[in-house]
Design a protein around this ligand. Structure first.
Ligand SMILES: N[C@@H](CCC(=O)N[C@@H](CS)C(=O)NCC(=O)O)C(=O)O
Length: 389
C-alpha cells in the first residue's frame, strides 16, 4: 500500500516535471506579478500560457495527502469542504468585507457542503487567481474548484483534472469605452492598434490572441494575474479594451462603470464558448459522482419546482417519484453514493435549487436567464440533467 502511494507520488511528480519542461520559460505564466503587465503582440501568435493554464508542480506532501481513498471520505472526516473560488469574480464569488463569500460559484460550494456534510456553512473558501487554481486542485489544497472555470480539452486531459456539469454557459466578449468610438456592434477588426487587457492563465488570453491573429488585426495584449488589476488599468486608461467571460464583463460594468461614462460590451455573438463549472482531481469517480449529482439535483429541483421554501412539503408529499427519491424518500440512491439519504433535501432546503442560486446571484447584475443558454432545457436552454433513478 505504502509502496503504491510512493509510486503514484513519483508518477504525479514526473508528470508535473514533464509538463514544466514542455511549457518552458513562458513569460506569461502565473509567475508574473500582479502590478506589471505581461505584454505580447497578439498578431505574432499571441501568448501561450500553457504552464499557468494547466497548473504546475505541487509539493510531495500535498500530493501524498490526496492519494489513496476518495476525497469524499476525506471531506466527511474533516467536516469541512475546501472549495476554490476567485473571491473577486462579481456575482460568481466575491469576498465581502465581513469575510463571507457570495455568488453563484460560492453557493454551489455550499450546496455540495450541505449534501455531503448536512451543513451549507461547512465550507472553507480558498481564494485563487486563475493562474493558481489548477495547482490547488492537483495538490489537494482544494477539494473542488468553483471558479469561473472553462472546461477545455487540454485541462480535462493533460494533468490531474476532471470536470463536472456546466453550471453557467458563457462566452468571451470585450468591453471598451463608448467615448473611444466603440459600440455594441463593434467587432474584432475594430481593435486595430488597441491595448487589450485580461488576466493570465485563462482561456481568455489565448482566444483573443487567436481571434486577432485570424482577423489580421494588431493588438497589444497585456495580462495581469488578478482581474482587479486589469480593471484598475482599464479605469486609468492604460488598457483601451478589457476581455473575459461575458458574465464577468456584465458584472464589472454593473459594479465599476463611473458616473457619466458608458462602457459597451461586444461582439453580440461571443468569440468563444466558455462552459463554466466544477473542476476536481482526476480519477476519483466517487467524488466526481457527488459533485456531479449535487449539480444535477439542483437542476432537477428547478425543473420540478422544488425550492428551499417548499422542500419540507415536497419531502412529505413529492410532486413525483423522482423528486421523492432525490429528497430521500427512497434514499438508497444517495446512500449508494456514500451520502446521507437526505443529502439533496439538505442541499435544496439550505441553499435552493439551480434557479434560486442563479436568480439570487446573477439577477442583480442583470444576467437574465430566460432566453439564454442557461434557461431550462424545457424552455430552449441547455440546463439539463440526467434522470434520478
Ligand atoms: N473562464 C475563463 C476565465 C476565468 C477568469 O479568470 N475570469 C475572470 C473574469 S470573470 C475572473 O474570474 N476574474 C476574477 C479574478 O481574477 O479574481 C477560464 O477558465 O480561463
Amino acid at each position: 500500500m505504502r509502496k503504491s502511494i510512493v509510486i503514484r507520488v513519483l508518477a504525479v511528480l514526473l508528470g508535473f516535471a514533464l509538463l514544466a519542461t514542455a511549457c518552458g520559460d513562458d513569460d506569461s505564466t502565473g509567475e508574473s506579478t500582479s502590478e506589471t503587465p505581461t505584454t505580447s503582440e497578439a498578431d505574432t501568435g499571441g501568448s501561450d500560457t500553457g504552464g499557468s493554464d494547466q497548473g504546475s508542480t505541487g509539493s510531495e506532501d500535498q500530493v501524498e495527502a490526496t492519494q489513496g481513498g476518495s476525497l469524499l471520505d476525506t471531506v466527511i472526516e474533516r467536516g469541512t469542504l475546501n472549495c476554490g473560488v476567485s473571491g473577486s469574480a462579481v456575482a460568481f464569488s466575491e469576498t465581502q468585507p465581513d469575510g463571507s463569500v457570495t455568488g453563484l460559484d460560492a453557493d454551489f460550494c455550499r450546496y455540495v457542503a450541505a449534501a455531503v456534510l448536512g451543513d451549507a456553512s461547512a465550507v472553507n473558501f480558498v481564494a485563487l487567481t486563475a493562474a493558481e487554481r489548477f495547482t490547488a486542485v492537483q495538490t489537494g489544497e482544494v477539494d473542488v474548484l468553483m471558479r469561473n472555470t472553462t472546461w477545455t480539452q487540454s485541462r480535462d486531459t493533460d494533468v490531474g483534472m476532471d470536470f463536472g456539469p456546466t453550471t453557467y454557459y458563457d462566452g468571451q466578449q470585450l468591453m471598451a469605452r463608448a467615448s473611444d468610438g466603440f459600440s455594441a456592434s463593434s467587432d474584432i477588426p475594430d481593435l486595430e492598434g488597441a491595448t487589450v487587457c485580461t488576466n493570465a492563465g485563462t482561456t481568455t488570453e489565448k482566444n483573443i490572441a487567436e481571434a486577432a491573429a485570424a482577423a489580421g488585426v494588431n493588438i497589444t495584449l497585456n495580462t495581469f494575474e488578478d482581474y482587479d488589476i486589469v480593471m484598475d488599468n482599464f479605469l486609468n486608461g492604460s488598457c483601451d479594451v478589457v476581455t473575459t467571460d461575458g458574465s464577468g464583463l456584465v458584472g464589472r460594468k454593473a459594479k465599476q462603470q463611473p458616473e457619466g461614462e458608458e462602457w459597451v460590451i461586444f461582439p453580440a455573438t461571443p468569440i468563444s464558448k466558455e462552459p463554466l463549472g466544477p473542476t476536481y482531481r482526476q480519477n476519483d469517480s466517487k467524488w466526481a459522482d457527488v459533485i456531479n449529482w449535487s449539480v444535477y439535483s439542483s437542476i432537477i429541483f428547478d425543473e420540478k419546482g422544488v425550492t428551499s421554501a417548499n422542500a419540507d412539503d415536497q419531502k412529505a408529499n413529492p410532486v413525483d417519484a423522482e423528486v421523492g427519491r432525490l429528497l430521500g424518500g427512497e434514499g438508497e440512491l444517495q446512500t449508494a453514493m456514500g451520502l446521507p439519504a437526505d443529502a439533496f433535501y439538505q442541499a435544496v432546503k439550505q441553499v435552493g435549487n439551480y434557479d434560486e442560486i442563479y436568480t439570487r446571484n446573477l439577477g442583480p447584475v442583470g444576467l437574465v436567464r430566460a432566453g439564454s443558454a442557461n434557461a431550462r432545457w424545457t424552455e430552449g436552454g441547455l440546463i439539463y440533467a440526467p434522470p434520478a433513478r
